[in-house]
Design a protein around this ligand. Sequence first.
Ligand code: OGA
Ligand code: NI
Length: 376
Amino acid sequence: MSTEPAAAGAATPGGYDRRRELQAFDDTKAGVKGLVDAGVTAVPTIFRHHPDSLDLEATSSSTDDVAAIPVVDLSGAPREEVVARVRHAAETVGFFQVVNHGVPGELMAAVLDGVRRFNEGPAEAKRRAYTRDTARKVRFSSNFDLFQSAAANWRDTLFCELAPVPPSPEELPEAVRDVMLEYGGAATELALRVLELLSESLGLPGDRLREMGCAQGLNVVSHYYPPCPEPHLTLGTTRHTDANFITVLLQDGMGGLQVLLDRAGAGGGRRWVDVPPLPGALIINIGDLLQLVSNDRLRSVEHRVLANGSSDTARVSVACFFNTDIKGSTRLCGPITEGGNDDPPLYRSVTVREFMARVYSEGLGGRPLDYFRLEH
Ligand code: OGA
Ligand code: NI
């Protein structure tokens, strides 16, 4: 069987109608978990990625590479040292883990558990929550870009818009109702601390990035990666950069998250490197908009999630995407020029709304930053 994904909308000569398959899958409102529950033993064609885009051979098994993803203790050292470590991590890998971050371990466990229970709970509650209507603050769906992407991912997602205006508790699925708002609040405190450290590392006053509104908006995006019968044919999440200012990511112990690293030594080249689960830690990564306002000093790095090869256990992760008030704000964001940041601007100024419109039109794996980059 060909693994070449057919363009959406076009029936192939063999009679395969991708658009119709996508619609039929979406109409089940049961997501990938629904397929697994129905006992699929092969990955359906809509989920099959082209072998070139899978790029599975490029995974590094070198322990040096894994060690390149920094772990920063937020409480351990004198402040200048913490600033220096965060700065190094944000300027090189763009991805780091933090420990002693102030978010209680029980709260982290409770949100992972709530997300798992929602996904493994009654199909009816999930069907009710399933929607692509972005006017709704809480929505469950499989693949937000299902109808745009070349190949679908093996995961389902519960999306909760928590700030600037939180949903009413009744809008949240019962399984996460008691924990989601509290977790979002704790993650916000951490994000504000990290933004302060990043402001300082850019030579700016500590409150500069917060005052820009970098953490005014919060979308908590909870992913559920069911076991996949043929994990070598698809992905959990396609390679992408995050289209926001900063992400606080919580993953469970299953693994599968990888970042694309440039290797200076060891023959160079780019390699996919595992971000190993570290009990109690949270992952911080720099988003496209922070790369834009820092004029490329901080790096928004590509990452992906492999399809879950476990035979029986789903992987759960909870990503907190911090952004400005996307719907409300008309403020322009452009490269910051003060604090010794006097290189010529590499990007034109954009409203975050304009930036996000570009992101949605490109779908996951697009390169929105390139679109706003100035020619030099
Ligand atoms: C994301 C993401 C990683 C994960 O949601 O942008 O990269 O581990 N998630 O689920
Ligand atoms: Ni991401």
